[in-house]
Write a protein that binds this ligand. Structure first.
Ligand SMILES: NC(=O)c1ccc[n+]([C@@H]2O[C@H](COP(=O)([O-])OP(=O)(O)OC[C@H]3O[C@@H](n4cnc5c(N)ncnc54)[C@H](O)[C@@H]3O)[C@@H](O)[C@H]2O)c1
Length: 419
């Protein structure tokens, strides 16, 4: 047998290694089919594959000639996206909101922003947003974002978060929109003892998550049938200025700040050792705003947020400290049975957009507290959550019964369903 030189051995070894890398990269999961559960390659291999696909879509489209609709623009995340699209991307924005939980004052004032107040549940109103305009992209952020309350306002959640989205998808197809950006949620995963990635099989456990997943599925079906491009972003626990502070069913940071300002004890569910990751708004805003500009991001779903995992007792300490109320009382109330995730894999978004959340938790909470003292506290005084009636009180968290919760009466409920 002929003896191989060292050079030849190295050459053959490199070639075989290259073939293995290519084979592994090509057998990884298909991002547009989340139900496929092939064996998962390492993060660097997945980065390699996404980098390859980016070669065909690395150059973003020019943004300053784009006209976009942003729904939920008076809300927390929507107002930041509107500001970024106008100030940084020079887009023309049709800012849409029914002000059910947002504030007109959150919407940036600019000659390039037109605010239109209206309810997306009304298909005629939705079509009026597109009529006579050439809309390039839709950023759909409007919705009622309470996961825990959603069990008790099911019918409202499906009408407001799912059917309203369907109205918008229909209009986007009819108007020839080029890309539909949808802010979904990690609520689609439900509970998992494993770290969830975009290829994990979704098991939503509340009406909010079911409505989000249904909208995602609808977008994928619409892409197949009508070729409407989309980008789905599964967010989790975003916090920062402009967040709704009067709704007691949302992000714990704004709830805790509100409780301090109202001089009522901070309420912690369970013993407070449960861990969550929190994402400061500035860490995701540019990515959400820019994603439709990247051809390679189209038809993809991304988990989006921070890996910074913090236990609730620590969140309480940070909030008390930045609000300068270190001795504020804390009350522990029974824990709830809600979806828990072992962790959330953000590597796809990190590889794809080459951008990872960086804001230190304490710094983010501190800047939110500055805003809270200046603006949030005033909002807390003036308004309670608009009359959101629960559809059933059975097994509702006892804590919420102290809020302005009234059970909808059956006749009224049916009348509203028919309307
Ligand atoms: N904040 C988070 O941590 C988080 C996490 C995951 C997903 N999301 C999603 O991101 C989006 C924005 O969330 P947010 O925290 O900014 O909430 P938000 O309540 O501050 O904003 C939602 C906005 O939508 C408006 N709206 C609601 N229903 C409407 C309707 N039928 N017609 C017109 N406008 C309507 C509200 O008035 C509000 O201004 C939501 O879809 C939410 O589900 C948020």
């Amino acid at each position: 047998m002929p003896r191989l030189t060292t050079r030849a051995v190295i050459g053959i070894g490199s070639f075989v290694g290259f073939l293995i890398v290519v084979w592994l990269a090509n057998t990884s999961t298909d991002p547009s089919h989340p139900h496929k559960t092939n064996s998962k390659p390492s993060t660097s291999l997945r980065c390699h594959r996404w980098a390859r696909s980016l070669k065909t879509g690395l150059t973003p489209y020019i943004s300053n000639d784009k006209t976009v609709i942003i729904t939920g623009a008076a809300g927390f995340i929507g107002s930041h996206i509107t500001r970024y699209c106008v100030n940084r991307l020079r887009m023309t924005v049709i800012a849409v909101d029914d002000l059910s939980s947002g504030y007109e004052a959150n919407i940036p004032v600019s000659s390039k922003v037109t605010f239109v107040r209206g309810d997306l549940k009304n298909a005629t109103f939705v079509w009026s947003l597109f009529r006579g305009r050439k809309i390039d992209y839709v950023y759909h952020l409007a919705g009622y974002p309470s996961r825990r309350l959603s069990h008790f306002v099911r019918s409202y959640i499906y009408r407001n978060n799912l059917l309203a989205s369907v109205n918008l998808i229909n209009a986007a197809v009819k108007a020839g929109v080029k890309c539909f950006v949808f802010t979904s949620s990690v609520a689609v995963y439900g509970s998992s003892e494993l770290v969830v990635s975009e290829s994990s099989i979704p098991h939503p456990q509340d009406s909010y998550g079911i409505a989000k997943l249904s909208t995602e599925l609808e977008l994928r079906a619409t892409k197949r049938v009508h070729d409407l491009e989309y980008v789905i972003l599964r967010l989790h626990n975003v916090f920062g200025p402009n967040q709704n502070v009067v709704d007691p069913y949302r992000n714990v940071i704004s709830i805790f700040m509100g409780q301090i300002m109202r001089d009522t004890p901070i309420t912690v569910l369970g013993d407070g050792t449960q861990k969550m990751s929190f994402t400061y708004i500035d860490d995701i805003v540019s990515l959400v705003a820019r994603c439709p500009l990247y051809p390679a991001a189209r038809s993809h779903t991304f988990n989006l947020g921070s890996d910074n995992v913090i236990d609730i007792n620590h969140v309480v300490e940070v909030v008390k400290s930045v609000m300068k109320r270190p001795n504020h009382p804390v009350k522990h109330v029974p824990a709830q049975n809600e979806g828990k995730l072992a962790g959330i894999d953000h590597s796809k978004a990190n590889c794809f957009f080459k951008q990872t959340p960086r804001m230190e938790f304490e710094v983010g909470v501190s800047s939110m507290a500055d805003w809270f003292r200046a603006v949030g506290a005033e909002r807390l005084k003036r308004s309670r959550l608009a009359a959101l009636k629960v559809e059933t009180k059975k097994n509702i968290v006892s804590l919420w019964l102290n809020e302005d919760v009234s059970e909808v009466d059956e006749v009224d409920h049916l009348a509203r369903l028919v309307a």
